[in-house]
Write a protein that binds this ligand. Sequence first.
Ligand code: PHB
Length: 388
Amino acid sequence: MLLRYLTIAIVSAGALTSTGVLAQDVKVGLVLPLTGGLGPVGKQVQAAAKLYMDKNGATVAGKKIELIVKDDGGVPDNSKRLAQELIVNDKVAVIGSAITPGAMAIGPLSTQSKTANVVMVSGTSGVINPNNPYMVRTSFTLGQQSGIIAQWAAKNGAKKVVIIQSDWAPGAEATAVFTDAFTKAGGQIAETIKVPLANPDFAPFLQRARDLNPDTLFVFVPAGQAGTFAKQFAERGLDKAGIKLIGPGDIVDDNDLPGMGDAMLGVVTAGIYSTAHNSQANKEYVAAFKKANNNLRPNFISVGGYDGMHVIYEALKKTGGKTDGEALINAMKGMKWESPRGPISIDPETRDIVQNIYVGKVEKVQGELYSIEFATYDAVKDPLKMKK
Ligand code: PHB
């Protein structure tokens, strides 16, 4: 009797292999900005990764998953140092990296050490490249969204656009892809205005944009800044000036949307995810995420963390628990599944994410602002990789 209880106890801890030997842990190290201006980004990823593990259990292919989360404050020198410690001291099997500068700093380390590196946040095309073969992306690229919103705007009467762009790599990419597609469709870019990434004050840039008298404003600000942007947009009266606001999904970040005010009503974006995405998988995801996080909405950043854990779990199942970088990355290539954001896959050739892009409009539903998706572009690849 006692033996039976003991056996049950050990098996339910999930750490026994079929040979009865205690399985080694598989360590997964996430390097995220949990503090600083992009702190909301890391918090969404951390919450989503934890939710995935709570839902799917902490044991995969006979191995117990140990999640180690480090805060780099959004400073790439920190990202590099922390990733080095995770790889050398903790011997993590997988690194999860976040935001473009951090992912770029960690890339060469994962290559040298042949460690699988799942980029859970980065919107810059070049982060996933042939020189760093152990990396895959589960987030998005700004190019995926910006070309589509350019086509939509041109078809819906936009002729003269001012661009306001956060001044770093993903912003440059949003601008480049939008400008290319919009001018090819016959539109004009009156001016591109760059706003510093750290502690941005949008007011003078919004005034400049208003003075140029465009019909439409295309804006990219990263997750965590949409709330500040919306407040200053309304304060400057741009909503009342008849200037339409469009952008990639970042400007209707669900993390901020509930407090963004009615000036955002009618804003149209091309994005990868909305809390209001209409699927059973998403309804369950939103309910579980809110329950575990004090009613916080999961946003477009969170799904990169949730799906990042999914590729790690599924790759470990495929390799039977083998953790060398090559085996894991090979297992991730071509993987297809249903995310809370809809159907997604990892392109086997580029290791980049392929996903639906949804055109959505901000509406009020039961007293709260949501981006309501009204058109879908299926299985969109990173346009900058397709050109090469
Ligand atoms: C990025 O790191 O490339 C990034 C972060 C947050 C965003 C968009 C892009 O909202």
